[in-house]
Design a protein around this ligand. Structure first.
Ligand SMILES: Cc1cc2nc3c(=O)[nH]c(=O)nc-3n(C[C@H](O)[C@H](O)[C@H](O)COP(=O)(O)OP(=O)(O)OC[C@H]3O[C@@H](n4cnc5c(N)ncnc54)[C@H](O)[C@@H]3O)c2cc1C
Ligand code: SF4
Length: 485
């Protein structure tokens, strides 16, 4: 156990410091600064090594949190990364980007601030990379079986790494020019710099995973061709269809889906030249939707020098503390202050957008009414309409599911009623040998779920190919069951 009296001696959480706002909005680098090692140890020492560690239940990966808290407190970084990698292929991504459901279920959180689990996680993996403890783990023998993984986000990469390590020959197909999925071109560098993706790709290449970029499956090569060429195919194409807002004025110039803004912005940060990039400099920007995507647009617009940025959310402002109906250890909906929110901008709640206003075909404003709740429905309240000036609107209203991309016609895999690729309890679609993992099957979710599903799907594929498997399966497609196999 970490310090037996740690939680009594250190009663406050101390997380990683963030760079000063005026400095960090001048660049695209990560907003975080390294945490003092002494502070990190004393924070890890707050862990009580609970008999029933609810943090395990909170984490979809089943991370062995008390073990690596203890090892961090004892300064045993090499052992800590071994325990962390036992359940998580890519802790440098979750350690930076996860909303940390583990912390919401930490037992210490009942009457004190929870252990800074995510902070300990990222420190372990950063130290491991610095010290050369992250090495390729190639298989000792090959199985002779081949697998095509389509999509190179966290789900596809987790599937590929797990299957490569047990000896299958795995090729990852990606339609973009670079590997990484939303980590590459969706999530901005100020949340996670791309070096974090690049060095994992190098590790995976050294282990034997093959990467085929610039291949749009369904068009450049058909799903049926992959199905014939490989022993198994995994659909890990994400949930990329954006939700629209078909209200009057939608056709005006200046209204864009969030990803049409974020992807080119990320490419430019990566040093590429992008034609007709949406530029927010000097503009009044309105973001519709208050989630992660909206926050990423907010931080990007500030770095582009927007004159003002307003985020509109249709619902109520979430509470600062747990609501009574979301008691510990559930994951509560709370008012979140992400790094982008610290950097400025207005956040307005109970705001229903009813019309886009424009002149000569160009957007000039957004007509908004107060939201009222009628029979459980969110409706604009008559007589409360007002116009917010806007030159640019970014729609970050979520995603409605996976792109069909020939999946149904070419391999006859069906979609469910929620726009996701349907699968059974073993991640298999209704077509034998074709599996689905991550957002493509679950709907837009979180990186931690994508990795957990990727690991579990790999176990299902391995069992399908070999009859048995030693790979762990942390989650079932439909729930949080410990094992599906
Ligand atoms: C802007 C934004 C910010 C986010 N921020 C966070 C965050 O901070 N923390 C968090 O936990 N989650 C966040 N998320 C959610 C998270 O990124 C996703 O849940 C996660 O990336 C899903 O992983 P995936 O592998 O299933 O799919 P994706 O990451 O979407 O990857 C799918 C890949 O498949 C490729 N592809 C699709 N179709 C084809 C085809 N036909 N042929 C070849 N390739 C194809 C795509 O190009 C893409 O690279 C965010 C999401 C968005 C949109
Ligand atoms: S629930 Fe919190 S205090 Fe208990 S073992 Fe997990 S991290 Fe430590």
């Amino acid at each position: 156990m970490a310090d037996p009296r740690g939680f009594l001696k250190v009663r406050q959480r101390e997380t990683q410091p963030r760079r000063p706002v005026p400095v960090r909005i001048m660049d695209w680098k990560e907003v975080y600064e390294a945490q003092d090692k002494g502070v990190l140890k004393s924070q890890a020492g707050r862990c009580m090594d609970c008999g029933v560690p609810f943090c395990h239940q909170g984490c979809p990966l089943g991370n062995l949190i008390p073990e690596w808290n203890d090892l961090t407190w004892r300064g045993k970084g090499e052992e800590a990364i071994e325990r962390l990698h036992a359940t998580n292929n890519f802790p440098e991504w979750t350690g930076r980007l996860c909303p940390a459901p583990c912390e919401a279920s930490c037992v210490l959180g009942i009457n004190q601030p929870a252990v800074t689990i995510k902070q300990v996680e990222v420190s372990i993996i950063d130290e491991a990379f610095e010290n050369g403890w992250v090495q390729p783990l190639p298989p000792t023998r090959l199985s002779g079986k081949t697998v095509a993984v389509v999509g190179s986000g966290p789900a596809g990469l987790a599937v590929a790494q797990q299957l490569t390590r047990v000896g299958h020959t795995v090729a990852v197909y990606e339609r973009d020019d670079k590997i990484g999925g939303l980590l590459r071109y969706g999530i901005p560098d100020f949340k996670m710099e791309k070096e974090q993706v690049d060095r994992r790709i190098e590790q995976m290449k050294a282990e034997g995973t093959r990467f085929r970029t610039g291949v749009n499956v369904g068009t450049d090569v058909t799903w049926e061709q992959l199905r014939r060429r490989y022993d198994a195919v995994v659909i890990a194409t994400g949930a990329t269809v954006p939700r629209d807002l078909p209200i009057p004025g939608r056709g005006l110039e200046g209204i864009h889906y969030a990803m049409d803004y974020l992807v080119p912005a990320n490419r430019v940060v990566a040093g590429e030249t992008v034609e007709n990039q949406i530029d927010a400099r000097g503009k009044h920007v309105v973001i519709l939707g208050g989630g992660d995507t909206g926050a990423d647009c907010l931080g990007t617009a500030h770095r582009h020098g927007a004159a003002s940025v307003t985020t509109l959310a249709i619902g109520k402002q979430p509470p600062l503390e747990r609501a009574a109906h979301q008691p510990w250890p559930t994951f509560p909906t709370l008012f979140e202050v992400a790094s982008a929110h610290e950097e400025g901008g207005e956040r307005t709640y109970l705001a229903s957008t009813v019309e886009f206003i424009g002149e000569d075909g160009k957007l000039t404003g957004v007509k908004v009414a107060e939201t009222e709740f009628v029979d459980g429905k969110r409706l604009p309240k008559a007589g409360t309409e007002h116009v917010i000036p806007a030159d640019l609107v970014f729609l970050s209203l979520g995603f409605t599911g996976a792109e069909p991309a020939g999946i149904t016609e070419q391999v006859h895999a069906e979609f469910d009623g929620r726009g996701n690729v349907a699968r059974d309890g073993y991640y298999m679609t209704n077509t034998e040998g074709v599996f689905v993992a991550g957002d493509a099957g679950r709907g837009q979710s979180l990186i931690v779920w994508a990795i957990a599903e990727g690991r579990a799907c790999a176990a299902a594929v391995d069992k399908h190919l070999m009859g048995s498997t030693i790979l762990p399966a942390p989650v079932a497609p439909t729930d949080r069951a410990i094992s599906v196999l």
